[in-house]
Design a protein around this ligand. Structure first.
Ligand SMILES: Cc1cc2nc3c(=O)[nH]c(=O)nc-3n(C[C@H](O)[C@H](O)[C@H](O)COP(=O)(O)OP(=O)(O)OC[C@H]3O[C@@H](n4cnc5c(N)ncnc54)[C@H](O)[C@@H]3O)c2cc1C
Ligand SMILES: Cc1ncc(C[n+]2csc(CCOP(=O)(O)OP(=O)(O)O)c2C)c(N)n1
Ligand SMILES: [Mg+2]
Length: 567
C-alpha cells in the first residue's frame, strides 16, 4: 500500500498501540494534521502551548503506563517542547515527540521557522532522529518506541521535514517485536548471594525504594521482600506509591524534606538496599555523611547510575522486578523488633510536621484533609506543581498505590501541574485526578484550563494560594537574611478566571470549609477549581540543608500536632 510519509507515521503509531496524541499544529506539520484528519482513531488533544503537550504526554505515561506522544510544529513549536523533554529525560519517562521541520531543500538556509531541532534537543532526549525519506518513517517510529522504553527510559524525538510528510512510499510490514523490553539480568549467583548475606546478617537494614520500582512494576516483589525480612522502607519523592504508605514498615519520604525518622533510619542503618533509585542530591545531602555505617546494595537497570553518586558495596544491575525475584529465595524470614522499636522512638520524639497554633488556614491542614479523601477513594491520582505545596503533598498524602502521584522530580518544573493533570486524566478517565497547584506554577501554564474545559476533563484543581513563590521565599528567609526579592506574587481572581473558561470554583479561607469544599469538588461531575487562600509565611519542615548532613536537620520548634487536630 502506498501512502505519504504523514500517513505512514499514523499507521506506525497505530501499530504501536497509540490512541492519543497531545499536539499543536503549524505550517511544518500541516501534512501530518491532514493525515490526522483522516486517522480519527488517533485522538488528538489540542493543548494551548507545546510545553503543555510534552507535560501531558509525560503524565499520560506516569499515570497510565502507556507511552505518550506529542506533536509540535518546527521552530517555536519545537523549542516550546524543550522544557517538557528535559523534564521527561531527567525523570526517566519514555515519550515520543514528533516535530515538523522545513523541507529538506530549505534546511540550513535560515528558512521561515527553521531551527536546529536535533542540536537543541540532543541533550534532553535519549535519542533523536530526522527522517530523511518517507521510506524510513515506519522503521524510525518503531525504533523510537523501543529506545524510549528500554534500559533507563526517556524521551525520543523524530524531526519530520514537511516534504517527507508528503512524499509517497510503500507501507512496510510491521517489524518483529524486540526481544523483551526488560533489561536482561546480568548479575551472577555469587553477587546475589553476597547481597543476600549482607541483608540476612544485618541488624539495622533499610530499603530505599525509588521510581525504578514503579517503572518495573515491582511493588509486589518489594513488599514481599520487605515483609519477609522485616525491613523498613523509605521512598524517594518519585518512588512514593511503590510501597503502601499506611503499611507498618513504611517510613514515608526520605531526603531534604523527608520525614525525620526516615532520615534517622538511614543514618543509623548498617545496610541500605536501594532499589530503582538514582541517589539524587535531594535524597543524599552530603554523600560523605549519608548512611555512614551502612553497606550499600544497589539494584538499578542502568549501570551508569550505580556508583555514580555513592560508593556501592553490592551492585545488582538489572530490572528491579527480575532482580528482586532472583534475590527473594536467598532472603531469610525474620523479625526485627529492636530496630523497628528504635525507629518508633524517633517517631515519637520527632512528631510529624505541624502548624503554628495561631495559624488561620495552614496549607498542611489542606493536605491532611486531602489525604482523608484520597484514602476513601480507590482510584485517585494526585498531580502537583513544584514548590512547598509539592513537598506537603509528599509528606501528608498517603500514597498507597503505584502510579498515584504525578510530580516533576529532578527538574522541578513549575507549570507542570495543569498540563500534567490533562495527561493523567486522559490516561485514567475513571480516576479522581486532583491537581494541587502553586499560585505561581498555575500562572505559568494557565492556558491549559482551555484544554481541560474543551475536553470536559473532570480534574479537581486545588490552588494553594499562599501569595508567594513559597519555596523560594523559604530559602530567602532561611539562607538570605529574609531578603524577600521577587517572591511575593500577585494573582488574578482564580475563581473568575476559571469561570471565564466555564469551570466552576469555590474560594476557601477557613479550616472548617476545607473538607466540604474538597468533597464538593470531588462530587462535581466536571472540572472544579478550589482557591485555597492559605497562610503565606509557613515553611516546609523538616529540612536537611542542601548538601548537608542528617545531623543538621532543621525542625520548627514552634509547632504542635496537626494530625491530632484534624483527627
Ligand atoms: C522542590 C523539590 C524538593 C525535593 N525534595 C526531595 C526530597 O526531600 N526527597 C526526595 O526523595 N526527592 C526530592 N525531590 C526529588 C528529587 O529531586 C529526585 O527527583 C528524586 O529523588 C528522584 O527519585 P528516584 O531516584 O527514585 O527517581 P529517578 O530519578 O527517576 O531515578 C530512577 C532510577 O531507577 C532506575 N530504573 C528505571 N527503571 C528501572 C527498572 N525497570 N528497574 C530498575 N531500575 C530502574 C533508573 O536507572 C534510575 O536510576 C525534590 C524535588 C523538588 C522539585
Ligand atoms: C519553571 C521554573 N521556574 C522557576 C523555578 C524555581 N522555583 C522553585 S519552587 C518555586 C516557587 C513555586 O511557587 P508556587 O508555584 O506558588 O508554589 P509554592 O512554593 O508557593 O507552594 C520557584 C520559583 C522552577 N522550579 N521552575
Ligand atoms: Mg505559592
Amino acid at each position: 500500500m502506498r501512502l505519504n510519509g504523514a500517513e505512514i507515521l499514523c499507521e506506525a503509531l497505530l501499530r504501536e498501540g497509540v490512541e492519543v496524541i497531545f499536539g499543536y499544529p503549524g505550517g511544518a506539520v500541516l501534512p501530518l494534521y491532514d493525515a490526522l484528519y483522516k486517522y480519527s482513531q488517533l485522538r488528538h488533544i489540542q493543548v494551548r502551548h507545546e510545553q503543555g503537550a510534552a507535560h501531558a504526554a509525560d503524565a499520560y505515561f506516569r499515570a497510565g503506563g502507556k507511552i505518550g506522544v506529542c506533536v509540535a510544529t518546527s521552530g517555536p513549536g519545537a523549542t516550546n517542547l524543550v522544557t517538557g523533554l528535559m523534564n521527561a529525560k531527567a525523570d526517566s519517562i519514555p515519550m515520543v515527540a514528533i516535530t515538523g521541520q522545513v523541507a529538506r531543500s530549505a534546511i540550513g538556509k535560515e528558512s521561515f521557522q527553521e531551527c536546529p531541532t536535533l542540536a537543541i534537543t540532543q541533550p534532553c532526549t535519549k535519542k533523536n532522529y530526522m527522517v530523511r525519506s518517507a521510506d524510513e518513517v515506519a522503521d524510525t517510529v518503531h525504533e523510537a518506541f523501543v529506545v524510549a522504553r528500554k534500559g533507563r527510559p526517556g524521551p525520543v524525538l523524530i524531526d519530520f521535514p514537511r516534504d517527507v510528510q508528503l512524499e509517497e512510499a510503500e507501507l512496510k510490514p510491521t517489524p518483529p517485536p524486540p526481544n523483551g523490553s526488560r533489561s536482561i539480568f546480568l548479575e551472577s549467583k555469587r553477587k546475589l548471594e553476597h547481597a543476600a548475606t549482607l541483608i540476612n546478617e544485618s541488624q539495622r537494614p533499610i530499603i530505599i525504594a525509588g521510581h525504578g520500582v514503579l517503572m518495573s512494576g515491582a511493588s509486589g516483589e518489594l513488599k514481599q521482600l520487605a515483609e519477609r525480612n522485616d525491613i523498613p522502607v523509605a521512598n524517594t519523592l518519585l518512588g512514593l506509591g511503590s510501597f503502601p504508605r499506611t503499611h507498618r514498615l513504611s517510613l514515608g519520604m526520605l531526603g531534604m524534606h523527608g520525614t525525620y525518622w526516615a532520615n534517622y533510619a538511614v543514618n543509623e542503618a548498617d545496610v541500605v538496599l536501594g532499589v530503582g533509585v538514582r541517589f539524587d542530591d535531594r535524597v543524599v545531602g552530603n554523600p560523605d555523611t549519608f548512611a555512614p555505617e551502612a553497606k550499600l546494595i544497589h539494584i538499578d537497570s542502568d549501570p551508569s547510575q550505580v556508583g555514580r553518586n555513592l560508593r556501592v558495596d553490592a551492585p545488582l544491575i538489572g530490572d528491579a522486578k527480575v532482580v528482586l525475584r532472583a534475590l527473594m529465595p536467598l532472603i531469610k524470614g525474620r523479625r526485627r523488633r529492636d530496630w523497628l522499636q528504635q525507629i518508633e522512638t524517633s517517631k515519637r520524639e520527632h512528631p510529624f510536621p505541624q502548624v503554628p497554633e495561631n495559624a488561620n488556614l495552614p496549607p498542611q491542614f489542606v493536605m491532611a484533609q486531602l489525604d482523608a479523601l484520597v484514602r476513601e477513594d480507590g482510584d485517585t491520582v494526585v498531580v502537583t506543581g513544584v514548590g512547598q505545596h509539592q513537598m506537603w503533598v509528599a509528606q501528608f498524602v498517603s500514597f498507597n498505590h503505584p502510579d498515584s502521584l504525578v510530580t516533576s522530580g529532578a527538574q522541578g518544573v513549575m507549570g507542570f501541574e495543569l498540563p500534567a493533570a490533562v495527561g493523567a486524566q486522559i490516561a485514567r478517565p475513571g480516576a479522581t485526578v486532583w491537581s494541587v497547584c502553586g499560585d505561581g506554577g498555575f500562572q505559568m501554564t494557565v492556558q491549559e484550563l482551555a484544554t481541560i474545559a474543551d475536553e470536559g476533563l473532570p480534574v479537581k484543581l486545588v490552588v494553594i494560594n499562599n501569595g508567594y513563590l513559597g519555596m523560594v521565599r523559604q530559602w530567602q528567609e532561611l539562607f538570605f537574611h529574609k531578603h524577600l526579592k521577587a517572591t511575593p506574587i500577585t494573582s488574578p481572581d482564580f475563581i473568575k478566571l476559571a469561570e471565564a473558561y466555564g469551570i466552576p470554583g469555590l474560594r476557601v479561607s477557613q479550616r472548617r470549609e476545607v473538607l466540604p469544599a474538597l468533597r464538593r469538588a470531588r462530587e462535581h461531575a466536571g472540572p472544579f477549581l478550589l482557591d485555597m487562600v492559605v497562610d503565606g509565611e509557613v515553611n516546609v519542615y523538616p529540612m536537611m540543608k542542601p548538601g548537608g548532613a542528617f545531623a543538621e536537620t532543621m525542625e520548627d520548634p514552634r509547632w504542635t500536632g496537626l494530625r491530632d487536630m484534624v483527627g
